[in-house]
Design a protein around this ligand. Sequence first.
Ligand SMILES: CO[C@@H]1O[C@H](CNc2nc3cc4c(=O)[nH]c(N)nc4cc3[nH]2)[C@@H](O)[C@H]1O
Length: 373
Amino acid sequence: MSAAFSFALTATDGAARSGVISTPRGEIRTPAFMPVGTAATVKAMMPESVRATGADILLGNTYHLMLRPTAERIARLGGLHRFMNWERPILTDSGGFQVMSLAELRKLTEEGVTFRSHIDGSRHRLTPERSMEIQKLLGSDIVMCFDECPALPADDKRVAESMRLSMRWAARSKEAFGDRPGHALFGIQQGGVTQELRAESAEALRAIGFDGYAIGGLAVGEGQEAMFGVLDYAPGMLPEDKPRYLMGVGKPDDIVGAVARGVDMMDCVLPSRSGRTGQAFTRRGTVNIKNARHANDPRPLDEDCTCPACRNYSRAYLHHVFRAQEIISSMLLTWHNLHYFQEIMGGMRAAIAEGRFAAWQAAFHAGRAEGDI
Ligand SMILES: CO[C@@H]1O[C@H](CNc2nc3cc4c(=O)[nH]c(N)nc4cc3[nH]2)[C@@H](O)[C@H]1O
């Protein structure tokens, strides 16, 4: 176990990279996909099942946990790892994005954001300092700066003002974070889809200095083409020797395209959220298991998949338990989707290490249908 936080790049193949992040709670193989455990649980999954899918790290959310059960209660109970029975690394988002997308009656000032809880309407305030305090109480291994992610579409002036506020908040976050060996603080690049603003943000973050650098402000409805357009240059603006984390991404082909452009870490609710709605991701495309055509199908979701859902159950069974709204339906499809996302990551890590990423990427796309299969 490493006493400190460090990142080692082990291979590159074009812009794609593979490496290892070492933390006191274990190693994170990159490129890495982080399942989202918003309210101290990856929905419909036991922690040991999340680990069995191949996840090295999961994501928690400051916004949700500060509202319920509160960071102070989790700290009194031994911290988030103990509380949710996940002893490996946890990255927590800082709350800025979730406040803007979930909270009510928000008021944004230079100081921070005041808002009412979407749960019970209670009043709360988030500032860079309070976000750092909450993430410290939770005990997360990788802390995210408190930032503002502007909703798109937004004009350049609004994006520039928002980015510059986030850079001032990044400096305050760093100051409040202090010196915490074994814990990491990641800065978050903003700047929308404007290259000059992205460059200004990257320079501001480098000047402050962080253990890792996230690319924020994307996966907010801009679409894959615009997102890849930013990823054609944004990762290269960030320090090469630190992890690069693309927030909130994404569909399987988004993830592959992001890794091809130099991204090391990602998180997304998609595999778990879709698992609960009956959408399965497979190497041949997506399966909407509630569709009547699966009602009598004795085959597994994916003959080539080794997850419990594919090893032990037919599409007909999965179709039935979804139609019957049985709890096991969410468990099995979430497990399958997280397993498949980790298979993609493992395949890319091996391909990059062996210098065959382009061939792997071509094979990934060759086998996939566009619509539902
Ligand atoms: C497209 O799917 C929807 O959108 C979200 C994923 N997209 C996303 N973009 C993000 C950007 C940021 C950011 O700039 N800063 C911080 N601190 N956190 C972020 C978190 C993000 N998540 C899902 O919640 C889903 O509802």
